[in-house]
Design a protein around this ligand. Structure first.
Ligand SMILES: *Cc1c(COP(=O)(O)O)cnc(C)c1O
Length: 456
């Protein structure tokens, strides 16, 4: 009887495809996440010896569960960093899902890996990294940062044998993403946290911090942020990168959110310093319009990463049979802290190839432009004001006279009313409102509606 579960069920396939088609062709509803007016249904009795009718369960998902998930690809999702996958990327992710792909090694998945590498090579080129740069796609920026900093740490340790292994440090900005601090915690090393002017790490600030630090020689690398998550601020990549080069430090650029603006004709110059990077990440699942979960991780010298991160086991030896000094098979598993993996870069590759670079440029630019419009509208209204000038596609503003409670209540009500999903943040200790634009279809009318909902 167990065989039944491997049989193709044509009716079920039609029902599932019909559901997917509905999602792809209708405007994306915002839905409620945990703020749904309906309680989450009980799942008691769902796991049974003989299985439950699949159509019943599909309907259960669509009628009773889906509304408890905020759709991050709705143009009204302006919290955290949204995700707005292109229709092509979603469709191709279904192809990947149905292809039974394991994107771990060249041996198993050369074709898929070649497509992923094609996308990585394009991103590396866009960022000005040299020929030969490469890496893999990992689950997200957090895993990308951890993998890259592991390589940077190990390379740095060999250059500073006078320090105990746990004494080497990375210089980071006070505004580095939380995943950087977490990665260093996992790696068992400390940061040198550099204070910055207006939250932007510059070469001058880094030099001053190192000059004042009695253990400055223990710094083996610098982490720069190409677009902070909270405010969209791009560090002085050129200055930090050249400083790292001159001092033989590992240079990691975390562009998880912001480096997508490499596609923006008006903003790409901010990212020129990535050409100095030893490692660099950008999340296609953020502002490059690919589905979750997908982070592009690139190394200037992938061989270093491979040396440090490759997993060794007798059952894996076959993956390395063709390797020699000057050639090795490209196993994605060698370039990050992972082994088995889905070929998660393919949906991005397909979207980029089928939509073309110009469409990406226009979408990223349209997003920056709507953020710009929002800033102008905020300036014009009396009850709100900008906290700081807009950076990339992030706008921080305050509702004059409000405290934390009011922002929090307002945010929940906005979602309950199905207008938009906007969550407050903190800026220099103060609770403020934050709009993170990503969907090029977010309209000026919606921005006005959000701002008007903050009147009394
Ligand atoms: C989002 C983000 C991360 C973490 O990426 P995940 O994909 O959420 O793991 C790291 N750094 C920056 C700058 C980010 O914006």
């Amino acid at each position: 009887m167990g065989q039944r579960m491997f049989e193709y069920d044509e009716r079920l396939a039609k029902d599932v495809f019909a559901y997917c088609l509905e999602r792809l062709t209708h405007p994306v509803p915002l839905d409620y996440g945990s703020l749904s007016p309906e309680p989450l249904p009980s799942l008691e009795g769902f796991i049974t010896d003989d299985g439950v009718d699949p159509k019943f369960v599909l309907d259960f998902f669509s009628d009773k569960i889906a509304q408890h998930v905020v759709s991050c690809d709705s143009p009204g999702f302006l919290a955290f960093i949204p995700n707005a996958p292109t229709k092509n990327s979603l469709l191709f992710d279904m192809v990947v899902a149905c292809s039974g792909l394991n994107g771990t090694s060249w041996l198993e998945a050369a074709g898929a890996v070649a497509l992923e590498n094609h996308a990585l090579e394009f991103l590396g080129g866009l960022a000005g990294m040299p020929d030969g740069a490469g890496g893999t796609f990992v689950s997200g920026g957090s895993m990308g940062n951890l993998s890259a900093l592991t390589v940077g740490r190990d390379v740095g340790r060999t250059k500073r044998p006078e320090f105990a292994p746990h004494q080497v440090r990375f210089a980071i900005s006070q505004d580095a993403h939380s995943s950087i601090g977490k990665a260093l915690h996992v790696l068992g090393i400390e940061p040198l946290v550099v204070e910055c002017d207006d939250h932007r790490l510059t070469r001058a600030r880094l030099e001053a911090a190192m000059a004042n630090d009695p253990l400055a020689d223990s710094v083996i690398g610098v982490v720069a942020t190409a677009g902070t998550t909270n405010a969209g601020i791009v560090d002085d990549l050129e200055g930090l990168g050249s400083f790292a080069r001159e001092n033989d430090l590992w240079f990691h650029v975390d562009g998880a959110y912001g480096a997508a603006a490499l596609f923006s004709p008006t903003h790409r110059h901010l990212f020129e310093g990535i050409r100095h990077a030893d490692s660099f990440i950008v999340d296609p699942h953020k502002w490059l319009y690919a589905p979750l979960d997908c982070c592009a991780l690139l190394y200037r010298e992938p061989g270093l990463a491979r040396h440090i991160l490759s997993q060794q086991a007798s059952y894996l030896d076959v993956l390395h049979e063709n390797d020699s000094e000057d050639h090795y098979d490209w196993n994605p598993s060698d370039f990050a802290i992972h082994l088995s993996r889905r070929a998660r870069g393919l949906a991005f590759w397909y979207s980029l190839v089928t939509n073309g670079v110009r469409a990406y440029e226009e979408s990223v630019q349209a997003t920056i432009d709507i953020a710009n419009r929002a800033s102008v509208i905020i300036d014009e209204m009396d009850h709100v004001e900008l906290v700081r000038p807009q950076s990339l596609s992030i706008v921080l503003y305050r509702r004059i006279g409000w405290g934390h409670e009011q922002y929090s209540e307002w945010s929940k009500q906005l979602l309950r009313d199905q207008i938009a999903f906007v969550t407050p943040t903190k800026w220099e200790g103060e609770t403020v409102a934050r709009l993170a634009f990503l969907h090029p279809d977010t309209s000026e009318a919606l921005v006005r509606e959000i701002l008007n909902s903050m009147r009394d």
